[in-house]
Ligand binder design. Structure first.
Ligand SMILES: [Zn+2]
Length: 371
């Protein structure tokens, strides 16, 4: 293992942050796995999982069991961790610009046209050509802010990975993950090992997120190129939501770290015996089929359903109680699916997002991710 550090652009005189990464395994194996946690800064369930995963990888490396280069970034957002305001971490958005740390990533898909002209008949060579183009594009970037320099540093560590795993957590949530339809067969085993209660699929959610910049370019090239100029899977990417923000325990983090190791074994990135695949707890559903609930009025939020519960159409999910008029507004589900996440607040303003239930039928369009 070797530890590396990338200095971030200093936002103000006398302040300085760095992005630290841990690199395991042989760098010439032909397979690279990139795993980061806590891109929204205070996502501690994911961070603890990465700590335990790092310990395991150190042991496995000593045993000579690593078959791939594995890059681990346990603290993907040191900028957000510095945003500790009046006793609260505000790690989702950059306080300087208001930007979500997992949006606005430079999208590799801007290279599609240039890549198309450069590709030939050899799939492996085409992968190399496209990665070279991305590397050159990243080398040309000149970040102006600490936010931009953080995003660029993350992409420089990850752009040439075959598999990108982005570990987050939600507010109050069941284990769930996001990936593309095309990558689902490759990540279905991960969903099984993690015991994910929802797997949400979208090719392009429109959010310019970290995972999609990796996967979208390759998918778009695969759609555009004729069969005699083949494009391999250059990178597949998944975002894993390690339950809710307060679900921090050694037991659960160990289970999740073990599940990641099991998955890497399945991928042949680690030389151990493959563990039998557990059952898939819920079939994958389109992200565009998830129902998102918003408060029509302000008031006290009382939950009527449990996280991870399977919800029927018409089932009550939320009550909003007005303490002045005594009126209660009840929100019911219009889809049948899993209640996979909800906000952690218990008093809502009008228009506040409340939670989400999976649905089999896509009905939403436009940008599919929340702010
Ligand atoms: Zn997050």
């Amino acid at each position: 293992m070797n530890k590396q550090s990338i200095p971030l652009l200093s936002p103000a005189i006398g302040t300085h942050r760095e992005l630290v990464s841990f690199h395991f395994g042989p760098s010439d194996s032909g397979q690279k796995i990139y795993i980061q946690s806590s891109l929204h800064a205070d996502e501690t369930p994911a961070m603890l999982t990465t700590v335990l995963l790092k310990r395991r990888l150190l042991e496995l490396e000593k045993q000579g069991a690593l078959n791939a280069e594995i890059v681990l970034v346990p603290v993907a957002n040191p900028v957000g961790l510095g945003q500790y305001v009046l006793g609260q971490f505000l790690g989702r958005f950059d306080l300087g610009s208001g930007k979500n740390f997992n949006r606005h990533f430079m999208q590799f898909s801007k290279l599609v046209e240039r890549a198309k002209d450069a590709l030939g008949s050899d799939a492996a060579e085409n992968r190399r050509i496209v990665r070279e183009l991305i590397a050159a594009e990243l080398a040309e970037q000149k970040p102006l802010t600490e936010f931009e320099s953080l995003q660029l540093a993350l992409l420089k560590l990850s752009f040439d990975a075959d598999v990108v795993i982005d570990l987050h957590c939600s507010l109050e949530a069941a284990m769930h993950l996001y990936t593309s339809e095309a990558a689902w067969p490759e990540f279905e085993p991960l969903s099984r090992y993690l015991g994910a209660q929802a797997s949400l699929l979208a090719t392009n959610s429109g959010g310019e997120s970290f995972d999609e910049t990796h996967s979208l370019l390759w998918w778009q090239l695969q759609q555009a190129m004729p069969a005699d100029r083949p494009v391999p899977d250059g990178a597949i990417a998944v975002t894993v939501e390690c339950r809710g923000q307060r679900d921090v325990s050694y037991e659960v983090a160990q289970e999740d770290a073990d599940a990641l190791v099991d998955y890497l074994v399945w991928r042949k990135a680690i030389k151990l015996d493959v563990k039998p695949l557990p059952e898939l707890l819920s079939p994958a559903t389109p992200l565009a089929g998830s129902e998102q609930f918003y408060a029509p009025v302000s008031g006290i939020l009382v939950h009527r359903a449990k996280i991870g519960e399977t919800i029927r159409v018409g089932q009550a999910l939320f009550d909003i109680v007005d303490p002045l008029t005594d009126e209660t507004t009840t929100l019911v589900s219009n889809t049948e699916g899993v209640f996979y996440m909800r906000r952690a607040i218990r008093f809502v303003t009008a228009g506040a997002p409340l939670g989400r239930v999976t649905g089999k039928k896509a009905f939403r369009t436009g940008v599919l991710l929340g702010a």
